[in-house]
Write a protein that binds this ligand. Structure first.
Ligand SMILES: *[C@@H]1O[C@H](CO)[C@@H](O)[C@H](O)[C@H]1NC(C)=O
Ligand SMILES: *[C@@H]1O[C@H](CO)[C@@H](O)[C@H](O)[C@H]1NC(C)=O
Length: 349
């Protein structure tokens, strides 16, 4: 096992070296944008403030969130930048991609972040926490942004040409488990479906959503698998034995991820003019090396989010988790590296 792990990290390290040399070469250039714009669909892992003005417990525009982010709390569910913030920089986009809730007509040309905490593939997912923007609604919001982009550019064909060259990142599904399937007191999905059937139902819906994105002109699409949801501190703390991950949840996540891999291959086959890239977010590079602390950095409230009145850890770079559910900035940074290296290898960028 040790040898296998070392071999894997060796592979990752060489890819990272390649990535940093590419980045260095880009620093002095003028217009080294790898893509003209970057659109983000997702949940709290990459939300950058879309929930701030919604009626929901799933919002974090308060301290200590953002303690390592110069503007302070923004609604990002971590201490600093998220994976898509790092990725935007690596792509050569100089500003942060703005949340849909505040992006102006000029900013939408660089892309938009539609992600919303608590949201899922299914519209009903996350409802027990309050308002949120489901993936279906995020796609509707994208449709309205396309109209705005066409207006700003003033030429439909030019706008459509630009949209085909942009990068699109989609990461959904964690909440369909954490805030739906595994909350039997509120949702009946686990009574209606076994884990396989539920994963099938999610994939059926996800297939339609990814096709909608394709129909809106996306041609470079990164699809993120979900992480080990049974290992997040909040889930472990309510399971009775915090020293162990919850196997049933990790197994469900694996079933889902397997189907997402299958789906991206199918879609790739069926549409020849698009590139799909699946990213494994249960990679050991994200979960193991260097992290000595498996507990959350801040003290959390009953929702698993940081309690503003409580102290937090000082060594944020040795913690995998910032709060009860979400990773620290350093894990986000590693995730961005993995996506960037894979996107280059797959010639998406
Ligand atoms: C639960 O299932 C019933 C019957 O299938 C349905 O009418 C109801 O809307 C469901 N409730 C929720 C919260 O999904
Ligand atoms: C791909 O195309 C085949 C043949 O037309 C179809 O049966 C299948 O459902 C398509 N797959 C997806 C994911 O759309």
């Amino acid at each position: 096992m040790d040898l296998v792990m070392r071999f894997m990290y060796g592979g990752v390290v060489s890819v990272l070296l390649m990535v940093s040399s590419i980045q260095l070469r880009c620093v002095n250039g003028k217009s080294n944008n790898k893509v003209p714009c970057f659109f983000i669909f997702g949940d709290s892992l990459v939300d950058s403030g879309n929930n701030n003005n919604l009626q929901t417990v799933a919002k974090v525009n308060y301290k200590p969130y953002g303690i390592d982010f110069p503007p302070g709390p923004t609604g990002r569910f971590t201490n600093g930048r998220t994976a898509v913030d790092f990725l935007a920089r690596m792509l050569g986009i100089h500003d942060y991609i703005q949340p849909f809730s505040t992006a102006d007509d000029h900013q939408v040309l660089d892309g938009v972040n539609y992600a919303s905490g608590s949201s899922g593939i299914l519209d009903i997912t996350g409802q027990q926490t309050g308002d949120h923007v489901s993936l279906n609604q995020q796609l509707q919001n994208h449709k309205s942004v396309i109209s705005r982009i066409i207006k700003v550019i003033g030429n439909k064909r030019k706008a459509e040409h630009r949209l085909r060259k942009c990068l699109y990142s989609v990461g959904m599904g964690s909440n369909d488990y954490i805030n739906n399937y595994f909350v039997p007191s509120y949702y009946n999905s686990s009574k209606l479906y076994g884990p396989r059937q539920f994963a099938d139902a999610l994939i059926k819906q996800y297939a339609l959503q990814l096709k909608t994105l394709y129909n809106y002109g996306a041609r470079k699409i990164v699809v993120n698998g979900i992480g080990e949801i049974g290992c997040v501190p909040f889930v472990r703390s309510v399971s009775g034995d915090p020293s162990k991950c919850v196997k049933s949840m990790n197994d469900a996540a694996k079933l889902f991820n397997k189907r997402v891999v299958w789906l991206t291959r199918q879609l790739q086959k069926n549409f020849s003019d698009v590139k799909f890239l699946y990213i494994d977010n249960a990679s050991p590079f994200l979960t193991f090396p260097g992290f000595v602390e498996d507990v959350s950095c801040c003290k959390v409230n009953s929702f698993g989010l940081c309690d503003p009145k409580e102290p937090m850890c000082t060594s944020r770079n040795t913690h995998r988790f910032w709060d009860g559910f979400h990773p620290t900035e350093i894990v986000h940074k590693r995730a961005a590296w993995i996506t960037f290296a894979n996107a280059i290898a797959a010639k998406l960028i």
